[in-house]
Design a binder for this molecule. Sequence first.
Ligand SMILES: C[S@@+](CC[C@H](N)C(=O)[O-])C[C@H]1O[C@@H](n2cnc3c(N)ncnc32)[C@H](O)[C@@H]1O
Length: 349
Amino acid sequence: MKITLINRRKRLASERWAGLKTAKNRASSRVSPVMPADLRSFAARATDAPTNQNPFEPTQQFLFSDDDFQRLQKMIFDYAGISLNDSKRSMAYSRLTKRLRYLGVSSFSEYLDIVESHQAVDDSERIAFVNSLTTNLTAFFREAHHFPLLTEHLLKLHEANPGKTLTVWSAACSTGEEPYSIAMAVVEAFGMDEPPVRIIASDLDTAALAAAREGVYAVEKIATLDPVKLKRFFLKGAGAHLGLAKIRPQLQRLVTFEQVNLNELEWPIQAPLAAIFCRNVMIYFNKQTQADILRRFVPLLTPNGLLFAGHSENFFYNASEYFRIRGKTVYEVEMGQAGSVASRSRSVL
Ligand SMILES: C[S@@+](CC[C@H](N)C(=O)[O-])C[C@H]1O[C@@H](n2cnc3c(N)ncnc32)[C@H](O)[C@@H]1O
């Protein structure tokens, strides 16, 4: 009886997540047009798509004055280091109206009072406020040229010190596509399911992190991956999960998720790191915050450790003292600067 039950559970589990068909086979399979609510909200938030309604027209539902916007700008800067410029006013309005509706308040000034008043006792509305204002746009193998450089670097470090586990930090991992891409690249390069590499993936946004931990994606998000990767690293959803794919547990095991606010004075990250991915997040910070963060990366990196930046992020102008250019938006820490002690305090360049 017990065995029958276990077998039934196993069968049900495999009905939900089965080996993914190759891209070629998938083309003929039916894709569910229904996306779960959490994925839909990420899809909507990930782009700064204009809304149909202009919130500054008389139809604006919630009172949002210049003072409110300035207050909001200061708050998100203080919490997250995010410099929200004036052009983001309508984005801020549309992202936060959900929260105002949910809390039943009619003005932004009332809402911001709640965010601030909760800070001392209960962080929940501050977290929702920050989560609403982050932009989580990401993709598997985004900036694909970074991955061969990373794996070549890791293989070299491994060759020099075969007994050591290497660590890579994905410092603004959003919904997980970046750390899982790193994991896939590493597994393929080392030719084993359990390579001597661990990935720490962190983000400020708790909702994005929860999605990253789940590792479930709409099949459209993985449509461009090659069939070998699809088969090796994903399980295909069936039944209620039709149209979704889940990262296989053996890949997921290589990644550890935790919340890290890059704007905070302490990061729970241990040196030495073989590489840091800090891509497409510095663009939200001002030059001083960027410089502070870059400087704090230095002692965390192993000698010759690599820093990967986003396509529009040129760090070099304020980090040439510590890094030299290794490739397009890839920087190598100067020998002798790195690997000393974990950076604990914010310092100014
Ligand atoms: C545009 S996504 C980039 C994702 C990924 N690195 C990539 O390049 O595809 C930016 C991410 O930075 C995160 N972020 C914003 N401010 C942050 C902070 N102060 N500390 C840590 N993460 C932050 C956001 O939550 C968001 O998930």
